[in-house]
Ligand binder design. Structure first.
Ligand code: DSN
Length: 429
């Protein structure tokens, strides 16, 4: 483990000006360095991405797009955005790319704004089966401003029921169909979605936030040839800065750009746009492609290990970076498993499983993902150890003395394992 407190840009200045916030940064870094990070939507960005994100490009107002800005002095940031757009189009084979959405939710709101009018009908995956807040949840703009209908997974296979998608599309004639989820471990059949969308005259939007990094790394098939619009975040498997991005067909480019700015956002975060350009360069490398394949191999090894621990993988396994684990066989709720793992320095999240009998805040499962541990250099061998540590942690009752002792032992073993694969090691060591 590194003795260097932090090596991000300008940390000395932060420590001098604001020791309290510098302390938060150090505490969080210590947490990353001493625990297992298994949140499927997180990753460790590279030094280059961190440097761009922490750069003076943060200062520039640049409403508009390259060559068409509302402020002077944008020639340099124009170059960063143009490079990023060109790299995104090349990497994903897309007609058009917009790098300005501040987040995945903003990207999705922009797609709705570009293609729909309030009240229009949208068909998307049920949140309870792995969908996303912005795909029609009643507490979100998507559920309040649009008419939502949903599809789900089959009870037997726990994979998307394409007959149900088609039946829902025929019955409700949605203006847009969304493919994509936050807790779905299997590949999505984009050709089937395209066929259904064409049959009913709907736009096909793919929310690729979770798996776009695997697409960038050529480890799984791309939705780009099938979708009208592909939205995603840049900070999950893709390993870029926090933010969003939209790809689309040429004929929708102006609508998408106008929806992002000026309809939805003001000034773009040019330091983040530049960092997105950096990660698009990194993701085009052979090393990144190897990384993407290893993320999947690790997720599959982790599933095997968890099954050996008596836990069931929803749908029987995974084709991607994440797995959804049904804990009913070990008699532990997702909420308790999350708390026990947290105490053992294993960070993951409780998650509803399809047809879950528990409330969402309790849940019968957990979601695990391998983007972060793979960035740290762990492989299938370590995933067996990780599965065993999870198996011991979820069974340790924090309300009992022996349970607390077990958790403490697991926590020590977690730290010992992670110290061999440190996140953000000292580059001068
Ligand atoms: N919060 C993200 C996730 O964890 O999947 C989705 O937005």
């Amino acid at each position: 483990m590194s003795s260097t407190p932090y090596w991000g840009p300008n940390f000395d200045a932060l420590q001098e000006t604001d020791p309290e916030i510098a302390g938060v940064v150090l505490d969080e870094l210590a947490r990353l360095r001493s625990g297992l990070q298994l949140i499927a939507s997180e990753n460790f960005t590279s030094p280059a991405v961190l440097a761009a994100t922490g750069s003076t490009l943060s200062n520039k107002y640049a409403e508009g797009y390259p060559g068409r800005r509302y402020y002077g002095g944008c020639a340099d940031v124009d170059v960063a955005e143009e490079i990023g757009i060109a790299r995104a189009k090349e990497l994903f084979g897309a007609d058009h790319a917009n790098l300005q959405p501040h987040s995945g939710a903003s990207a999705n709101l922009a797609v709705y704004a570009a293609l729909l009018k309030p009240g229009d009908t949208v068909l998307a995956m049920d949140l309870k089966h792995g969908g996303h807040l912005t795909h029609g949840s009643p507490v979100n703009f998507s559920g309040q401003w649009f008419t939502n209908v949903s599809y789900g997974v089959s009870e037997g296979s726990e994979t998307i029921d394409y007959d149900h998608v088609r039946a829902q599309a025929r019955e409700h004639r949605p203006k847009m169909i969304i493919a994509g989820a936050t807790a779905y471990p299997r590949l999505i059949d984009f050709a089937a979605f395209r066929e259904i969308a064409d049959e009913v005259g709907a736009y096909l939007m793919v929310d690729a936030a979770h798996f776009i990094g695997l697409v960038a790394g050529k480890a799984i098939p791309s939705p780009v040839p099938y979708a009208d619009v592909v939205s995603f975040t840049t900070h999950k498997v893709l390993r870029g800065p926090r933010g969003g991005m939209i790809l689309c067909r040429e004929e929708l480019a102006t609508k998408i750009d106008k929806a992002v700015f000026p309809f939805l956002q003001g000034g773009p975060l040019m330091h983040v746009v530049a960092a997105k350009a950096v990660v698009l360069k990194e993701a085009a490398s052979a090393e990144y492609q190897q990384y993407a394949r290893q993320v999947i191999a690790n997720a599959q090894a982790l599933v095997e290990g968890l099954q050996d621990q008596g836990m069931r993988a929803v749908s029987g396994g995974t084709d991607t970076h994440l797995a959804l684990i049904d804990l009913r066989g070990v008699g532990v709720t997702g909420r308790d498993a999350e708390a026990r793992c947290d105490a053992a320095r294993i960070t993951l999240n409780k998650n509803a499983i399809p047809f879950d009998p528990e409330k969402p805040m309790v849940a019968s499962g957990v979601r695990v993902g391998t983007p972060s541990v793979t960035t740290q250099g762990m492989g299938a061998e370590q995933m067996k150890d990780v599965a065993s540590l999870i198996g011991r942690a979820v069974r340790a009752d924090l309300d009992t003395e022996p349970g607390r002792a077990d958790i403490e032992q697991v926590a020590q073993e977690v730290s010992a394992l992670v110290s061999k694969f440190p996140a953000y090691p000292d580059p001068s060591a």
